[in-house]
Design a protein around this ligand. Sequence first.
Ligand SMILES: Nc1ncnc2c1ncn2[C@@H]1O[C@H](COP(=O)(O)OP(=O)(O)OP(=O)(O)O)[C@@H](O)[C@H]1O
Length: 353
Amino acid sequence: MDAIKITEAVKRYPEFTLGPISMSVRQGEFFGIFGPPSTGKTSILKLILGLLSPDEGRVEIAGQDAAGLDVSARGISMVFQNLALFPHMTGRENIIFPLKERGAPEAEISNRLDMVSEVLHVSHILHKNPAQMSGGERQRIALGRAFAAHSRAMLLDEPIAALDARLREEMRVELKRLQRENNQAFVYVSHDEEEVMAISDRVAVIIGGRIAQIGTPDEVYTEPCSIDVAGVIGSPPMNFFKGRFSDNALHFESDALGTRIPVVGTTQKGGVGTLGVRPEDIWLGETQGNPSLKVRIVTVEPLGGYTIVNARAGKQIVKIRAPGQVVLEEGAWQSVSVDARRLHFFGPDGVRL
Ligand SMILES: Nc1ncnc2c1ncn2[C@@H]1O[C@H](COP(=O)(O)OP(=O)(O)OP(=O)(O)O)[C@@H](O)[C@H]1O
């Protein structure tokens, strides 16, 4: 049974419409929601929690229609982007609040407090009030309170965005471990593509209030269903080249590339379209069996484990992600080749061919 199921839900604000949205989250699944700012991610969580009612469509929790079920009856916890701790309570009191509310036995309260304090590294701040904590500490207490509640499902809205980079990576691992151990359904919203791809079993990519694609992180990366999705998944983003398909469906030609690219994976004949190539699928130098072209080096950004090369192809800037550190002269001409097995073709409407 799905822990959460949303069917054709629509929520209308004066200046924005979310939906129709359909998605389901399985028990024990880590479900990521990713998308640019103001695309409706938080509104989806509010529909699930019951803070918003859909204008159309339905939300089901554990197989039961949620219409008429108030927030507390849904058995779901949410960690908000703008966290809401009780200011007059200590960290400890905040964490155990939901357990006390439902009259859990003292032994259970103490066990869960110990467990979440250890995982979230908050044992040393349990005696403090929120006003005496840093932003990151408050965020961890808020996570602790949501975890302590031991709900059927957890909704997390950018839960670790306020933490520093090192702690964020650590928390990412801990969140996943907690989720797995408790076999809970997690719905995790983030605008950080790397974070959501690393942590989720499946990802919904939200663009302009609609679900553009749902799939495993691997599926949305290797087979993005549109230019819009391809443009937000991957870092740096995919390179796009507008051009034309040859009438015999064998080649794609683009002024920017100045070379004919063999078409694979589609039988599109004639007409305009777009070729997408990920920066990591462009190699410095010629390689056998792959189309090559000449580009002019603009800038080189050494980033430790890899290097981003910005180069000019025709009138366009192309991004290349090369492994390791590379030395290239700015302004010099350079041969590059594109991995012929990893090309993405899109029609004039932006949909994957
Ligand atoms: N209560 C409201 N009344 C009117 N408009 C709203 C309301 N809540 C959200 N919106 C609008 O709906 C759109 C989507 O908001 P939402 O918070 O769901 O997006 P989001 O993807 O979570 O954004 P962010 O990444 O910035 O947090 C925004 O344009 C926002 O201004």
